[in-house]
Design a protein around this ligand. Structure first.
Ligand SMILES: [Zn+2]
Length: 323
């Protein structure tokens, strides 16, 4: 704990030895009633009321007797945080103060500081901002969120971004943040991915009752020359309508999507699968006079619905993290 709320830690600003600099606005106002001095000598003039509201640690400190200071000088509290960290932390305390979060390292530093001073609202704010890094650095954000036990929505966002990764162990072991989480938390990440894969397999590909049978060419085709899917007989679609879908869609396209999503169980992974495998299915569809002219537009439109369906199924999967 860097904050030392005893009489030896508060010293008269006028008696402090090393040269100091003044912090920028809003921490340079004459209306301040306390100075926090960063480890690199920057004086932050603050209002105790704002700090006490944001942090019970500060609040407790302010209940202690104030040190005696010469007239006109403010008490100074030396802090172990450097000026960059302290400014970020204080901006989280001040109302209507913008706190740009540019890097994950900055987020981690501020999360550590906010946790140290028990600043719950700041932790929530930083957690929400952390979500914006989830797409770019999902594994790191997951590890950070677990380490700081951030709200479930932050962990869920990171886990969902992780679903689109094929992350070999060699890559994972270089993620420094994993050194700060338990093996259970790591296994929770693998377990979540497995449960998402099962949920998609069962609810999206094992169940076709969410698909409108009157809308797509592979289900409205009556061309005898267009091969139907016959392996398992007719399939049940929306409104309990039984139909045998055309093989080019069911056996070529949907099977490729189903298999591809087992290792990357998320809607975003479909973009790559579609790009890689749709050509084979469309080539087969082109042989049919009914499906051929409609297959590209229908399949593109269907993929949008399929992605949404998959993401909806994943959204229902609980995170169930073991810290
Ligand atoms: Zn056809």
């Amino acid at each position: 704990m860097s904050l030392q709320p005893d009489s030896t830690s508060t010293v008269d600003a006028a008696q402090t030895v090393p040269p100091t600099t003044d912090a920028p606005a809003p921490f340079n106002k004459p209306t301040a009633d306390l100075i926090l001095r960063s480890s690199d000598g920057m004086n932050f003039r603050v209002r105790k009321a704002f700090l006490a509201e944001a942090s019970p640690v500060f609040e407790d400190m302010f209940t202690l007797p104030a040190p005696q200071n010469p007239a006109g000088s403010l008490p100074v509290v030396p802090m172990t945080e450097d000026s960059r960290t302290l400014e970020g932390l204080l901006r989280l305390c001040y109302p209507a103060s913008e706190m740009p979060l540019r890097t994950l390292d900055q987020a981690v530093t501020l999360l550590d500081a906010a946790k140290k001073y028990a600043m719950d609202s700041a932790l929530n704010f930083l957690g929400e901002r952390l979500v914006s890094f989830a797409e770019r650095s999902p594994i790191q954000v997951y590890a950070i969120a677990v380490r700081h036990q951030l709200p479930d929505k932050v962990i869920k966002a990171a886990l969902n971004a992780c679903l689109n990764l094929i992350a070999p162990t060699a890559k994972l072991k270089r993620v420094v943040d994993f050194q700060h989480i338990s093996a259970s938390a790591y296994l929770s990440f693998l377990d979540y991915r497995d449960r998402c894969a099962v949920a998609i397999d069962v609810s999206v590909f094992g169940d076709s009752t969410w698909i409108d049978s009157n809308r797509w060419c592979w289900l409205t085709c009556t061309n005898d020359l267009c091969q139907v899917h016959v392996t398992h007989g007719p399939v049940t679609f929306k409104d309990n309508i039984y139909k045998s879908p055309r093989a080019w869609w069911f056996q070529l396209h949907m099977s490729c999507c189903r298999n591809g999503l087992r290792s990357r169980p998320c809607g975003k992974a479909l973009e790559l699968i579609f790009f890689n495998y749709a050509a084979a299915a469309l080539s087969e569809a082109a042989k049919c006079s009914h499906c051929g002219p409609r297959s590209v537009a229908d399949l593109e439109e269907f993929m949008v619905i399929l992605v949404a369906k998959i993401d909806d199924v994943v959204a229902q999967v609980e995170t169930d993290i073991v810290w």
